[in-house]
Design a protein around this ligand. Sequence first.
Ligand SMILES: [Zn+2]
Length: 393
Amino acid sequence: MKSTFNDTEAKNYSTDLAMRVYTSQLLGRDMDLVLHGGGNTSVKIGDKLYVKGSGWNLDTIEEPGFPGVDLETLVEMAKLEDLSDTDMVAQQREALEDKSSPNPSIEAILHAIIPFKFVDHTHADAVVTISNTPDGEKRLKELYGENMLFIDYVMPGFVLAKEVYEKTKDVDWKSLDGIILLNHGVFSFDEDAKVSYEKMIAIVSKAEDYLKEKSPTKLEFSKSFCQLDDSFKEELKSEVEKLRGCEIVMKFGSSIEAFNFSNFDNLDDILKNGPLTPEHVIRTKPFPALIGDNIKEALETFTQRYTKYFKAHAKDEIMLDLAPRYAIIKGVGFVALGKDEKEAGIIFDIVSHTIHAMTLAQNLGGWKSLKPSDIFDMEYWELEQAKLAKAVS
Ligand SMILES: [Zn+2]
């Protein structure tokens, strides 16, 4: 991965907030770093934290996408024993410089406690791919050494900020190259926007080089192997529409990589072991339908499995619809199943990156991401569902 920071271009961004916009867009434009609303960035100016607001994507973010929040209030919140989501959102809104701003990112508290002006957070494919393998933590620790802070997976938001706060009480922040959140993503930080951005690129490049060495792949992406007949497509569409309760749009993934993936004989094992990064689950559900010759049977297996997963973890949540968001079609490829073009496109991108990561992980001992209980907490997390509702409206 190469830095796309351009010194001449950067001259057009004269303030700290403008620079924050510039490097956020650079991060957002690289789909190997963040996808569709993923990741968040911030800058501290005076007594305010300007952090990505909900509803904004990094690739297209502008200054109004960074609500200003009182920094001290956020730092104090990290010291609380406990904080409900509702209280967190309310207190963050209360601390807004301009009450008409969007809600600050759910990671605002975490950004606040990192004592550097610029803070960048991505869900870099290469780093989470290594993390999502049986020895992922060990591999990453060997790769990055002791100047990288590692945080075990916990829910994003207050719980994560609290965890980092506790873990860094005695840490010399200046000695840290960054933070890796296992099964989730990466943080980089610096007093300078360019340096913070390029630290991110350096961290991710290291993981990419590691994968190239340990998991070389010679797939080409240009040819199409997808040869489904129209009746198969029609049946699939109409059966999924019954489950979803509305019309759907299908987008087929028929790259060589998708074809190759759909021929793995341990698909069931791989696919039940969690998403690439936690928030993908709100787009893709915890696992896809796995379809062979019999579409109805495959969808029935999916709905039974989803119901079982829901019942095993639900407290008082209401179950979402039973339609899969994507399916792997054995020996063919995958299909994204969205309720419109936009959703199908988002799912398509996420699945493309996910199966690439899962393929690479096979040479590193297999795929092992979040536990079902963690996936459930994320999928049914009120704040994520609210984000989803906002993003699609
Ligand atoms: Zn994240």
